[in-house]
Design a protein around this ligand. Structure first.
Ligand SMILES: [Zn+2]
Length: 725
């Protein structure tokens, strides 16, 4: 197909028809508007861990503050533990096909051959005056009908009594919480998350968040303040969101002394519970309970870990506006690497992210060691990485450090810049991965990190399977969410920063977005708008292609023509003579499909401008002088085709016959007149020996073999075979 008969796709049209219109809640600049509002949910929770039966039970009171302009007759409360109920499993199912041979673990994950109890028992739901509230459970959501409508500006209390069996983490794919049992010493590490009934988000763009928990799409949550009391066996140690309120009742004198010491230890972690102490603790098996009290301000969730196996270290980090305790909790099975690297990695994340966005605002940042995966909550994350017999490969160690940085980084996205994960997984994973890769690049220079090259195999994938980044979380395939929601947005932001907008402006805009939306609920449109608004770079073309389509980049340098200007239009014969050895017998224009420069230049003749231009142009320009000034120069006419569909800047590397080279970049806007093909002419003093497009691999071009002139010959398979033998 030629360019002329291909349809115009409007690749440079504004995003307006793809994103939500600006309004008084969300401005056209991408900031919260003057009427922006969000709900608040404060929690008072008393919970008890029954270690013998692995049951967690609790009483909670939610104070729900209606800041919306709307009257609410009912509210929705999230019951994520219900995804583990057998009858709700199809909601959380990824894959249910049988193959010839299958491990027992896979069979269990597919069929739940061995059943176990799961899901909430809701004992009661009551209002301020102890009256029962009507409630209906729809899988992982509970509708609570209020006895009196909740008016704008009013608040209401909802009290819920609940319990659920804590599940064995090894029984589920993508299990973010649950327990891990250690048969060697008959102990358990509890990772407790999405454990209490939590308010669903009600906002200006969605109304009530109405998507069920299906495991991949994570959480949409309101900010609030928490007072939480957790009763666990008295030899357990708890790592938790928030600040501990009753050190004297739950920690030993030695532990308190060491913790105080850690508060002014900025260079190394202080061991608050040593290996020997943890090992002694493993044996006590207390049944008597002890209550830990925590409070947390302005968080969107609350999680904790509890075990008698925990070692614990802590180090203070001084940020410009906050001093934070970076802490790690781990069973001895995490040694030695966890002790050496975990708290250190937490600190790297705190420093780099704070600089790129805003200072970490909370008092603690905790990394808890788990058998696998990584999962984030406010101030605390559960991170996989465990050596075998004390040994860990470099690769595994790198991954462990990356996971810690990534999960600590989630404190910014989505714990503070609180996007709706249930709907747009990329908004937190993509932005967080962008910064975790930057942290790794800056603080662990020996590690690999994601670059545009890494995304090429994915971008070049089957278009029948690929989905755009702007796909809702649970509609994504398990096989590609890593690329689509983590790496592709990361590479897109890297391109904007490094190659399209420029580092200084981009970094300011990214910071602006984070600060505009901290402790608020941004939508994709708010991010896209801010990135343009704060840079004066209209990036709608980029967002349109990179986020809304599955197109890829494939530029083809399809033709190069070389010209020399004839100095005097009268002596064309001499010029032709000068080049006759190169031109050989070929006629003018024969280079239309030349493979290299061996035919020499074509001669271009500049004729006199018609007299009608005397009033303007000709009165200021001496045509003879101008022709003279161009004499001997080389004109190169390049034709570039856009085969992949994505419009991008065109970076051209010119290599000259004298061995020097130069790079020049044309903005993406050169594609605005013809989205399929551009032809442009360049003047060079020196003769060119070769030309390459995207020489530094900035734009994830999926096929580099068509980027060069002279055309690179790819040996046929037969020739390669011959060479090998
Ligand atoms: Zn993540």
């Amino acid at each position: 197909m030629t360019a002329q008969n291909q349809p115009w796709q409007g690749k440079f049209e504004p995003l307006d028809n793809l994103i939500q219109p600006a309004n008084t809640y969300r401005t056209a600049s991408g900031a919260p508007g003057k009427a922006y509002w969000q709900q608040q949910a404060n929690y008072k929770i008393k919970a008890t861990l029954d270690e013998k039966n692995n049951i967690l039970s609790g009483e909670e009171t939610i104070t729900y503050i209606n800041n919306s302009p709307d009257i609410l007759n009912y509210v929705w409360i999230q019951l994520e533990q219900n995804v583990n109920k057998k009858e709700n499993e199809s909601f959380g199912d990824f894959n249910n096909s049988l193959i010839d041979s299958i491990t027992t673990r896979q069979m269990q994950l597919l069929t739940r051959a061995k059943d176990f109890p799961a899901g909430y028992t809701i004992k009661h739901v009551k209002d301020n005056s102890d009256n029962h509230l009507k409630h209906i459970i729809n899988n992982t959501m509970m509708k609570v009908t209020l006895n009196t409508p909740l008016n704008p500006g009013e608040s209401t209390n909802i009290s819920i009594s609940w319990s659920y069996p804590i599940t064995d983490r090894s029984m589920f794919l993508l299990s973010r919480e649950g327990y891990e049992y250690f048969p060697e010493d008959d102990n358990t590490v509890y990772l407790i998350a999405h454990w209490f009934p939590r308010m669903a988000v009600y906002n200006d763009t969605e109304g009530w968040q109405n998507k069920q928990f299906q495991r991949l799409g994570e959480f949409a949550l309101e900010f609030g303040n928490y007072e939480v009391e957790i009763s666990v066996p008295e030899d357990h140690i708890i790592a938790s969101t928030g600040s501990l309120q009753n050190h004297n009742q739950v920690l030993s004198k030695t532990q308190i002394k060491r913790f105080e010491e850690a508060k002014s230890s900025y260079n190394k972690p202080i061991q608050i519970i040593t290996k020997e102490e943890a090992e002694a603790n493993e044996k006590t098996k207390a049944t008597k309970l002890k209550t830990w009290k925590f409070s947390a301000t302005n968080v969107r969730d609350f999680a904790f870990a509890s075990s008698r196996k925990f070692m614990w270290d802590a180090q203070a980090v001084n940020l410009p506006t906050n001093t934070v305790m970076a802490m790690s909790y781990y069973p001895k099975e995490g040694l030695p690497v966890w002790q050496e690297e975990s708290t250190k990695a937490v600190i790297q994340a705190l420093e780099v992210y704070s600089e790129a966005t805003f200072d970490y605002p909370y008092p603690v940042a905790i990394s808890v060691n788990t058998s696998n995966v990584g999962m984030e909550f406010p101030m605390i994350s559960f991170n996989g990485g465990r050596p075998k017999n004390g040994k860990i490969s470099d690769f595994q160690k790198q991954n462990m450090i990356r996971v810690i940085i990534h999960e600590v980084g989630h404190n910014w996205f989505p714990m503070i810049v609180s996007s709706d994960e249930r709907k747009w997984m990329w908004m937190d994973e993509g932005l967080n991965t962008f910064l975790d890769q930057r942290t790794v690049a800056e603080r662990y220079p020996n590690f690999d990190y994601v670059t545009p090259k890494n995304i090429v195999p994915f971008m070049d994938g089957d278009k029948n399977i690929l989905r755009p980044i702007m796909t809702t979380s649970d509609s994504e395939l398990f096989s590609q969410f890593g690329n689509n929601f983590y790496n592709k947005p990361t590479v897109g932001l890297q391109m904007l920063r490094n190659s399209i907008i420029g580092k200084e402006l981009f970094d300011e805009a990214f910071k602006e977005y984070a600060n505009r939306w901290k402790f608020k609920h941004p939508n994709p449109s708010d991010l896209f708008r801010t990135l343009s608004d704060a840079t004066a770079a209209d990036i709608d073309w980029f967002v349109r292609g990179w986020f809304f389509t599955t197109d890829h980049v494939d530029m083809e340098l399809s033709n190069v023509r070389w010209f020399k200007v004839d100095e005097e239009n009268t002596n064309i014969e001499d010029k032709l003579l000068k080049y006759q050895t190169k031109i050989n017998t070929k006629t003018k224009g024969s280079q239309a499909n030349a493979k290299d420069f061996s035919n020499g230049p074509e001669i271009i003749t500049m004729t006199d401008t018609p007299d009608s231009h005397y009033g303007g142009f000709l009165s200021r320009i001496n045509e003879k002088d101008m022709r003279k000034s161009l004499s001997g120069k080389n004109l190169y006419e390049l034709t570039i085709k856009n085969l992949g569909g994505l419009v991008m800047p065109v970076t051209i590397e010119w290599n000259f016959t004298d061995g020097t080279s130069e790079i020049e970049t044309l903005p993406a806007q050169i594609w605005r007149f013809d989205e399929y093909q551009v032809t442009k002419t360049f003047i060079k003093n020196k003769e060119v020996s070769s030309i390459n497009l995207d020489p530094n691999f900035e734009f994830a071009d999926v096929n580099m073999t068509n980027n060069s002139f002279p055309k690179t010959e790819i040996p046929s398979e037969f020739e390669q075979f011959k060479k090998k033998n």
